[in-house]
Design a protein around this ligand. Sequence first.
Ligand code: GRF
Length: 221
Amino acid sequence: MPLVFARPVAVLVSGRGTNLQALLDAAAAPDYPARVVRVISNRPGVAALERAAAAGVVGAVVDHRRFADRPAFEDALHAALVDAGAELVVLAGFMRLLTDGFVERWRDRLINIHPSLLPAFKGLDTHARALAAGVRLHGCTVHFVRPAMDAGPIIAQAAVRVGPDDTADDLAARVLRAEHRLLPAVVRWWAEGRLGVHDERVRVAGAAATDGALYGPELEG
Ligand code: GRF
């Protein structure tokens, strides 16, 4: 049984929903302090909705094509989130840009997971672009959302090494494994009340700094 006081989180999705799955799996643990109360997709029939149903979470479709314009779509989205009682909204592979109005309504209660070490590689095709740039370390970022795309105070990042023969798919798979650990950890910190935003920088209460450096390639000797 989840904690009765577990804090309510809604997840916005557009596709396969593996990050949603990671959160659902984490939330199934009895001591996890958050629970997914609603999964909302802007596309009908996506795998993420099946994952929600399998976990017994109410799924909803707010199909952007059914609305005259973006504000009308976002009003419906907002109403669905309020109806669900969500205190935090997680963008997990949600492929619609949100307007300033929506983002401001959910300021510091809206987080996104992005497959790069921001501020590098905003936007799409991050893994192919990382390979093309020859970076040695790549990764993922969870951040509070601000009006500009893939911008906003960074909460946490995970770095992975880039191998000499990696394809974009190899790299995507490695980063995705890191995403699946990072997102549930961040939602836990939020639910525990440990995230603070001051001057657009995030402090995670109780988080220890370590001296460990991640080298790519690994150093010899
Ligand atoms: C992830 O790589 C996430 O970082 C990005 O979109 C992808 C969604 O994958 N925003 P999934 O739907 O969670 O499997």
